[in-house]
Write a protein that binds this ligand. Structure first.
Ligand SMILES: [Zn+2]
Length: 236
């Protein structure tokens, strides 16, 4: 019985019977194991029969229907066997309990803001790009828009910190927009791009940019948004 498998049933059964069984899988009740055999009650086309089968040493089957006993099992026996092997397959694939891990964490707005502001990471932090990629993978579009909106608002910082903080936020935003787009989350990428470029347009002239790095980062963001497309989500 332990040898009973979808494959052994397929080999034992007449192909037409096997095909009919596949179309009538829900006819089986009271599926159980008894003395090394698989038994069930099968109700098909208004008639109820009891079938049993085993594949201990070799494939055997019996049924109380009029089908003559022979090599190939009757429809009821095939249905019984198929339901047994499919049940076992489902049991084996029962989902494991959810594992708590990095993907279950709530959005770490404070931690991300701290790193965007200072450029420094605590020893327990994963690299900033990885932290952002994780949020992209979770589709946290709204949270990321709020994050970058705040990260680009550097005007309460001491003058000498504004440029570097603004530039860090721009680079991180560019990466995040690009990740959304290459991840097939085109609308999320475009939403974040709209938020960031809207804010940059209003503020970029207020940032000192002696070596042109801020202007270059801003162009980079527009280039990514214009050139990195996944499939058109709207058309799917
Ligand atoms: Zn039968």
């Amino acid at each position: 019985m332990s040898q009973l498998s979808t494959d052994s049933l397929f080999r034992a059964a007449d192909p037409q019977t096997f095909a009919r069984a596949l179309l009538n899988l829900d006819c089986v009740d009271d599926l159980r194991q008894e003395h090394g055999q698989v038994c069930a009650t099968v109700t098909h086309q208004g008639l109820t029969h009891r079938a049993r089968l085993s594949n201990e040493e070799h494939f055997t089957w019996s049924c109380d229907c009029p089908e003559p006993p022979g090599e190939a099992p009757c429809l009821h026996a095939v249905l019984t066997g198929l339901n047994f092997t499919l049940d076992r397959h489902r049991r084996d694939r029962r989902p494991r309990p959810a594992r708590s891990g990095p993907y279950d964490r709530p959005f770490d707005h404070e931690g991300l803001m701290r790193r965007l502001r200072t450029g420094e990471s605590a020893p327990e932090d994963s690299p900033l790009a990885i932290s952002l990629l994780r949020e992209v993978a979770l589709g946290r579009s709204r949270e990321l828009q709020v994050l970058f909106d705040e990260a680009l608002d550097v005007f309460a910082l001491p003058a000498e910190e504004r440029g570097p903080a603004y530039l860090r936020a721009l680079h991180a935003a560019a990466e995040t927009i690009g990740q959304f787009l290459v991840n097939g989350q085109r609308m999320n990428g475009e939403d974040l791009h709209a938020t960031v470029s809207g804010y940059v347009e209003k503020t970029i002239d207020l940032i000192e940019d002696p070596d042109g790095a801020v202007a270059a980062a801003s162009r980079e963001i527009d280039w990514i948004a214009d050139n990195t497309y996944g499939p058109e989500e709207e058309d799917l």
